[in-house]
Design a protein around this ligand. Structure first.
Ligand code: NDP
Ligand code: 2IT
Length: 447
């Protein structure tokens, strides 16, 4: 069998998937680290495993028709990308954002396959969502959209088939609307979605899991160098689910958090964001649903800089936790020039591939999203377990399991990514996630 070569592999992938640059980017980052490994392990090469793993099992697209508060009929497009189901039911979030395209969901679904494998739990990878823009919509409009979306999606999902959850623009409120509609149409009460309310089948600590997990992963990276959070400065981007609980855990573990951000700009509080200030941020973003700029009215020592991201603030640690490609090569150079020693990704693919090269050149501790933010889907997996058992574990029990899983993911990255005096976590996560899925595909034969 002819050996794989990165450029020709990528040319083929780009030709087969035109106009999907985020998908190309996600595959390239993985293929670069995987191809040498596959060439050294001919069983994967001979069975065309990389070709199979970069083509989704199936893509489902559908129309979502709903009525706005003024009585206008509105049409959006919904998708579910069931990327790879080799090691378990499809699992992954739903994103509602005006920027969502099929290419976005393919990049997210592809990453999810490797991420879910890393969690050690039996979950395949998927992603879905819509170009519906939740910004400025009333609660009634959100509900009608969610119900219309689920009316189409419900026929493709199921507790043993495909189990969606939240992502950007989809939190507890939206999951509740969708779960209510599923239960009503299917006349079935099962764990078909995760991130549910604690009152109807949700897991303790799922809300916190992605942010907490990201900080637990950073804790493991620091421990390799006999270091910890005490006295460290941290910048965080985003102010949604992942960012909020990243900030909370960083504060608890002794770091000083200087920033958060939203689409409009970034908030810099040089005195540090403490628990009380974080509660105010949660009120602004989760309840009032307004700009972070409002924070400066209550805390005038802080500044809100419109149209900019937080990477210029001098820091030891950076936690990009908003969205893809929010940290570019120039931002990475700035972070390095300011002495940043660790970047841990709460978001999916927040760093461009050129930014990643900068981190690699400086050999900093760099935890890529598919490893660092896997705590969220891991606890989704444990929500599925609790639903099957029809019981609910305590917060402490789930949090302890989350810490154990993040340790295991870190150890897996070390196993495949340990280099001379440095850990290549990108290589570790990509190979570590790949092997289990690839071995399952080999065992199944030609499928
Ligand atoms: P939320 O919708 O709760 O929050 C998203 C945050 O990012 C908001 O502060 C939002 O700003 C900001 N944001 C979104 N898009 C942009 C943009 N284009 N430019 C600048 N800022 C932006 O989403 P989550 O916190 O759940 O998700 C954040 C990231 O984490 C995503 O990459 C997601 O895929 C990833 N992730 C999420 C998991 C989860 O369990 N929720 C699990 C693993 C990864 P604004 O407030 O103005 O809308
Ligand atoms: O990107 C992700 O891992 C998520 N949005 C969470 C997926 C899940 O099924 O909990």
């Amino acid at each position: 069998m002819q050996k794989l070569e990165l450029n020709s592999f990528m040319q083929g992938l780009i030709r087969r998937n035109p106009g999907q640059p985020e998908f190309h980017q996600a595959v390239e980052e993985v293929a670069e680290k995987l191809i040498p490994f596959i060439n050294e392990n001919p069983k994967y090469l001979d069975a065309s495993i990389l070709e199979r793993m970069t083509e989704p099992d199936r893509v489902i697209s559908f129309r979502v028709t709903w009525m706005d508060d003024d009585g206008n009929i509105r049409v959006n497009r919904g998708h579910r990308v069931q990327f790879n189901g080799a090691i378990g039911p499809y699992k992954g979030g739903l994103r509602f954002d005006k920027s969502v395209s099929l290419g976005t969901l393919k990049f997210l679904g592809f990453e999810q396959v490797l991420k879910n494998s890393l969690t050690t739990l039996p979950m395949g990878g998927a992603k879905g969502g819509s170009d519906f823009n939740p910004k400025g919509k009333s609660e009634a409009e959100i509900m009608r959209f969610c119900q219309a979306f689920m009316t189409e999606l419900y026929r493709y999902i199921g507790k043993d088939t495909d189990v969606p959850a939240g992502d950007i623009g989809v939190g507890g409120r939206e999951v509740s609307f969708m779960f209510g509609q599923y239960r009503r149409i299917a006349n079935e009460y099962t764990g078909v979605l995760t991130g549910k309310n604690l009152a109807f089948g949700g897991s303790n600590a799922r809300t916190e899991a992605t942010g907490y997990g990201s900080v637990y992963f950073a804790k493991e990276m620091l421990a390799v160098r006999n270091d910890d959070f005490n006295g460290k400065k941290a910048v965080v981007s985003g102010s949604g689910n992942v960012a909020q609980y990243t900030v909370e855990k960083l504060i608890q573990l002794g770091a000083t958090v200087l920033t958060v951000s939203d689409r409009g700009g970034f908030l810099h509080d040089p005195d540090g964001i403490d628990a009380e200030k974080l509660a105010h941020i949660q009120q602004l973003k989760n309840v009032d649903r307004v700009s972070l700029g409002e924070y400066t009215k209550k805390y005038p020592g802080a500044t809100y800089t419109e149209g900019e991201r937080p990477w210029g603030v001098k820091t030891d640690l950076a936690f990009p936790s908003a969205t893809q490609n929010e940290l570019d090569e120039k931002d990475a150079e700035t972070l390095m020039a300011n002495g940043c020693i660790l970047v841990c990704e709460g978001a999916n693919m927040p760093s461009t591939n050129k930014a990643v090269k900068v981190f690699e050149k400086h050999q900093i501790m760099y935890g890529p999203g598919k490893a660092a933010n896997a705590g969220g889907v891991a606890i989704s997996g444990l929500e599925m377990t609790q639903n099957s058992m029809r019981l609910q574990w305590s917060f402490e029990e789930v949090d302890e399991k989350l810490q154990g899983i993040m340790k295991k993911i870190h150890a897996k990255c070390m196993k495949y990514g340990q280099e001379d005096g440095w850990v290549d976590y990108v290589k570790g996560a990509n190979i570590g996630g790949f092997v289990k899925v690839a071995d399952a595909l080999l065992a199944y034969g030609v499928i």
